[in-house]
Write a protein that binds this ligand. Structure first.
Ligand SMILES: Cc1cc2nc3c(=O)[nH]c(=O)nc-3n(C[C@H](O)[C@H](O)[C@H](O)COP(=O)(O)OP(=O)(O)OC[C@H]3O[C@@H](n4cnc5c(N)ncnc54)[C@H](O)[C@@H]3O)c2cc1C
Length: 412
């Protein structure tokens, strides 16, 4: 039973971003609480360490909660209230209050000015330690039971049996997340787990050998999910990656999993440009550069090798000059520039950031407190919930926000 409002024993399962942040706030809101974080691996905050290419993309410079929620394929409607309580500005101020200044990059992503994720790890761990939070690494929670008296019993892999008044599950989103098993055993449904933020495998002569080239703002449309996304697209040795592709993978995570990652996409390499615009530009080139070969330069600001590859694919020979381009060849080229169809035959892991779509369904959790609607005293935070964002710092922001709410509201 919860012993008294001023002296609670709170267990946190998982020492990732959400767990450590939740523990900090559970201890900070009531210094008399005993807060223990159990982490099954030997290291805490291991995803923070590798995140953002070792720089940690902590959050995103987006300060209107209504705009912010639009970056969450799962959780957008439900997170609105939570973001009114803790949003990127709060994250920035929290780190600033501990001497960590975040900087904003042109695309809105925010990193510590040290460009080193260890800065974030040190700040979180120093704060937790200063508040008396105990972090037990190498301690896997194997079972979680509700006791007759209303508290919780934790059974650890090392056979220890421990009692707590409240439990915050922050064990992450993948299939290795112990918390999902506990949540299920305690009566929660688990929304199917599928990967989000993945890259597309495409075997196509138009992009073959072009790995490393990128187009700053291409539009990719996927009929299967009736969605289009515009953003940077990177050609890789297995297909396509980059924020434009990752956004599409996030919004279509479930449907694309259901079709076995075999689907067609259409690429407009010129972003928002339409057929009329391209035809006019080609007419202009006919008049002003009529004697030049189409291969001489890349007139649409595409990487030259991609431009040449599209010309070859359209069957346009090297000696053809702009003035000699037939109507049929013009239309083929226009189509390739703004409406090229590509077959995706699988997915590949985006090593820079990936998350799991699915988890504890949000309608089973009170999003004001992150408390389970099924098991009183049990809270959830982070990726274990059916919340995921697109790339750009949104996933950590969800971890800080839900971690804050879970910690704060489990503390009394
Ligand atoms: C390579 C990579 C880079 C990323 N970069 C970014 C980025 O720059 N910006 C961004 O916003 N997002 C990024 N993300 C996503 C972000 O890291 C996650 O969304 C976030 O870490 C989720 O935090 P979490 O605390 O919920 O879960 P996790 O970080 O997954 O932590 C869960 C912890 O629980 C532990 N655990 C699980 N089961 C048990 C158990 N039974 N007992 C004890 N412990 C247990 C796990 O070992 C783990 O340490 C990245 C993800 C990856 C994989």
């Amino acid at each position: 039973m919860a012993r008294s409002d001023t002296d609670l024993k709170i267990a946190v399962v998982g020492a990732g971003a959400a767990g450590v942040f939740a523990a900090i706030h559970a201890a900070d809101s009531n210094p008399k609480n005993t807060v223990v974080v159990f982490e099954k691996t030997r290291r805490c905050l291991s995803k923070v360490k590798i995140s953002g290419g070792g720089r940690c993309n902590v959050t995103h410079a987006c300060f209107d909660p209504r705009e912010l929620v639009q970056n969450y394929p799962r959780g957008s409607r439900e997170l609105l209230g939570a973001f009114y309580t803790w949003q990127p500005e709060d994250t920035i101020q929290w780190f600033k209050g501990r001497g960590v200044v975040l900087k904003t990059e042109v695309d809105g992503r925010m990193f510590p000015i040290t460009d080193n994720s260890q800065t974030i790890i040190d700040t979180l761990l120093d704060t937790a330690s200063g508040l008396g939070v105990k972090i037990k690494t190498g301690h896997e929670v194997n079972e979680l039971r509700v006791t007759q008296s209303g508290g919780f019993q934790l059974l650890l892999k090392n056979a220890e049996v421990l009692h707590f008044d409240k439990v915050i599950i922050t064990s992450g989103g993948g299939s290795a997340s112990g918390g999902l098993k506990f949540a299920k055993e305690l009566g929660h449904q688990i929304t199917e787990l599928v990967p989000s933020l993945f890259t597309f495998c495409i075997n196509d002569s138009r992009i073959e050998g072009l790995q490393g080239l990128s187009v700053p703002a291409a539009t990719i449309t996927c009929g299967k999910i009736r969605d289009s996304q515009t953003g940077p697209v990177l050609i890789t040795h297995w297909g396509l990656s980059g924020p434009g592709i990752l956004k599409l993978s996030a919004w279509g995570a479930k449907e694309l999993a259901a079709c076995g990652y075999r689907f067609e996409i259409t690429i407009n390499w010129l972003g928002d440009k339409n057929q009329d615009w391209v035809i006019k530009k080609i007419d202009f080139l006919r008049q002003t550069a009529g004697k030049k070969s189409l291969f001489a330069s890349s007139p649409f600001e595409l990487p030259k090798r991609l431009w040449e590859s599209l010309l070859v694919y359209c069957g346009i020979e090297k000696q053809i000059q702009w003035s000699q381009l037939s109507r049929v060849a013009t239309m083929r080229l226009v189509n390739e520039l703004i409406h090229g169809n590509y077959q995706v035959t699988g997915k590949s892991t985006n090593k820079d950031e990936f998350v799991t779509c699915g988890g504890v369904p949000l309608h089973e959790v009170d999003l004001r407190t992150m408390e389970s609607k099924i098991v009183p005293g049990l809270h959830f935070a982070g990726e274990v919930l059916d919340i995921d964002g697109i790339t750009g710092g949104f996933n950590f922001q969800a971890a800080w926000t839900t971690g804050y709410l879970a910690g704060q509201n489990s503390a009394h």
